[in-house]
Ligand binder design. Structure first.
Ligand code: X2X
Length: 334
């Protein structure tokens, strides 16, 4: 017995560690990734798979722990944390990162994109590159492939939205986003900025009557429980930038960077497909859960925004260069 103990204690620590399965060792690079969505959303499902792939392909050297569903705070808090290095990764919507990098909201100009060919053409092309470059100036690294949130739709507990006139005075929650506030004011509504973490309860307690989000979010966050009408306004296309703290990214050796970027970008492409498939079934599902769906035409909304000077104002705010890149994909807007 004694001799066994003696021989065990003689084994150097490093070789004990080497004898354990690699996953059980503390990772050399252990990261925190926070996001604002329920675990059942495709963004979390694909991010979880990417984290597993990264752990395996780096032989346990890079571990990403996911904190979904605003566990680490709302979007504003997580954006501050990823800047300070309190967390390493974050997936802000374009609307949200625009509070730091204003031009990042350019994909969310009202009624700009009419389909996904236009969206991915722009965001995987010159417009996306322009925005990534702007993000990098804030000492954040944006992975190449944007993840899909979707076309934003309008829900309400009061009445369906059929034309722009139904927006008059509507108390609607929007994200913490100057562009969203400007757009809904332009439409005559009374928008209120709230973080996503507060949306369900603010609808439930009637602090607001309406909100706007893509259908997969309305589904996974169960907003149909506190809303009656869903109007397919398709007013904004919204996506998530997968970002890293700048120092975190710089410190990672380049072979590991390659593995991490490949896993995250490929997961992003799969996540886009997931949303595309969900979009085929989600209307029927939400109807079966009691939401009354209608499909308004976009012309009255566009006209009202044009008359309110929305397009010319935002062309000025984003600057001619970015605006031209957007118009190269979607045609003339202002
Ligand atoms: O806060 C929202 O509405 C959400 C979940 O769509 C965003 O992340 C902008």
């Amino acid at each position: 017995r004694r001799s066994v103990l003696r021989s065990l204690s003689a084994v150097p620590v490093a070789s004990v560690a080497a004898a354990l399965p690699s996953m059980a060792r503390a990772a050399e690079f252990s990261y925190k990734y926070g996001n604002n969505l329920p675990v059942t959303h495709p963004l979390n499902i694909r991010a979880q798979q990417a984290a597993g792939r990264i752990l395996k392909e780096t032989k346990g050297r890079v571990e990403i722990k996911i904190f979904p569903n605003n566990q680490l705070g709302g979007d504003t808090d997580m954006l501050a944390q990823v800047r300070s290095g309190g967390i390493d990764f974050f997936t802000p919507s374009a609307l949200v990162i625009a509070t730091l990098v204003p031009v990042a909201a350019i994909n969310a100009v009202g009624f700009a994109f009419s389909d996904y060919n236009q969206v991915w053409g722009a965001m995987d092309g010159k417009l996306g590159a322009y925005v990534r470059d702007a993000i990098s100036k804030s000492h954040l690294y944006a992975f190449e492939k944007m993840w899909d949130n979707g076309f934003r739709q309008t829900t309400s507990s009061k009445a369906p939205v059929t034309t722009a006139r139904d927006m008059d005075g509507l108390k609607i929650r929007v994200p913490v986003s100057p562009l969203s506030i400007s757009m809904f004011k332009g439409l005559g509504a009374a928008p209120v900025s709230l973080q996503f973490s507060e949306v369900y309860s603010s609808l439930q307690t009637k602090i607001v009557d309406a909100q706007e989000n893509p259908l997969p979010i309305i589904q996974v966050a169960k907003l149909y429980e506190v809303q009656k009408f869903c109007s397919l306004t398709n007013h904004i296309w919204d996506g998530y930038w997968f970002i890293a703290n700048g120092s975190t990214w710089e410190k990672l050796p380049s072979d590991l960077k390659t593995i991490v970027a490949r896993a995250i970008n490929e997961a992003g492409l799969q996540q886009r497909d997931d949303i595309k498939k969900l979009n085929e079934s989600v209307v029927a599902d939400l109807q079966s859960k009691g939401l009354a769906i209608n499909r308004p035409a976009s012309d009255t909304f566009r006209t009202k925004l044009r008359e309110a000077g929305f397009y010319s104002e935002w062309k000025g705010r984003f600057g001619g260069e970015a605006w031209n890149l957007l118009e190269q994909s979607v045609g003339k807007l202002a």
